[in-house]
Design a protein around this ligand. Sequence first.
Ligand SMILES: [Zn+2]
Length: 222
Amino acid sequence: MPEILPGVHLVEGVDPSPDFSTHVYLLKDKGASWTLIDTGLPGASTATLAYLTKIQVAPTSIKKILITHLHRDHVGSLKVMIEKTRARTFAHWVEAAYIAMDPKYDGPGTPPAEPVVVDETFKDGDAIDAAGGLIAYHTPGHTPGHSSFYQAERKLLFSGDLFFGGGEKPTLTPPEYTLHTPTAQISARRMARLSVDSLLTYHGGPFLKNGGGAMRALTQTF
Ligand SMILES: [Zn+2]
């Protein structure tokens, strides 16, 4: 299911094994350019580039790469994708420091394997001119600068690892991979107040319909 919604592609083949599901999203912008959200593990770039060939999109058509957070399964192919696309890169200002490994991240989850200095840092509520207009929301808890991206017109929420889609319903990402679960709960409650149809999780899911209802049902449990 590569194009899961109009202009929203779930890049095929990026997972190293069937029991480790990662979702790199490729978004069609207005005009001829594209945006990538997260990049997968080291080596996932091979599958992403093959997918671009398959859908006849030149790598250099990707003009922006947005990063939800520092973990290696999100930034592992960032350096290669920058080289292939020449895209501008974006991350929250806290997370950008950890992606640059300055300082090295010492929280749970796997840190980056190599430093990357992103081009642009954002803060909570900043608009990003991509995919018809995204709002970057700081959604800390899983990591300090974890962020989600919201497309208000189409009611899409790209939630990174705030939510986890391993089962029929979204949950929070398990505590063993999360810096501070109570903070993630606060972030989840805030995102549950948005009007969301499609909740686009990174691991498992996505939940294309009634994502808002699923978030509200979850946040009522804590
Ligand atoms: Zn993570």
